[in-house]
Design a protein around this ligand. Structure first.
Ligand code: FES
Length: 161
């Protein structure tokens, strides 16, 4: 299999990554903030993402690799097979996001930032995705699920093994 970025991430994730790169490139000292936002967006920074940053921001690949591997905060590997992100932006929070987060934590036995013991899910909190009309929102592997209810969560997560 060719390990291109499109094998790992959705078109929406890739355009959001490009926005991060465009917002930071050409600014001195911007590599670490750019990588922090990239990791927040994608959960990890594999080689294909490093390559895209290198080309689009004109930064040497070994410089990016050096920073990603030096700081323990950054990861080149996905922590679990799937990534759940619960939006904790204001609209989602008041429309039931908090209860959804509570249910996921209870059912999966995890707190924000943790992975399930079986390596199935990493569970993270996220900021507003700008799709507040669909609140409350969760993302699984970058796919958006809107108007989530306590009753619909099990059906959503059961699609991910
Ligand atoms: S608050 Fe969740 S998408 Fe805006």
């Amino acid at each position: 299999m060719i390990h291109t970025i499109t094998n790992f991430f959705t078109d929406e994730q890739i355009s959001a990554l490009d926005e991060i790169i465009d917002a930071h490139k050409d600014k001195p000292g911007s590599l670490i903030p750019m990588l922090e936002e990239t990791q927040e967006l994608l959960g990890y920074i594999p080689e294909c993402v490093q390559e895209r940053i290198s080309v689009k921001a004109d930064i040497a690949p070994n410089k990016i690799y050096g920073v990603v591997t030096f700081y323990s905060f950054f990861s080149m590997n996905q922590k679990a097979r799937h990534r759940i992100q619960v939006c904790m932006g204001t609209a989602c929070y008041v429309k039931g996001g908090k209860e959804i987060a509570d249910k996921i934590e209870k059912d999966l036995g995890v707190k924000f930032g943790e992975s399930t013991e079986d390596g199935r899910f990493t569970y993270e909190k996220a900021r507003c995705f700008g799709a507040c009309g669909l609140a409350p929102i969760i993302l699984v592997d970058g796919k958006v699920y809107g108007k989530v209810t306590l009753d619909s969560i099990d059906g959503i997560l059961s699609q991910y093994e």
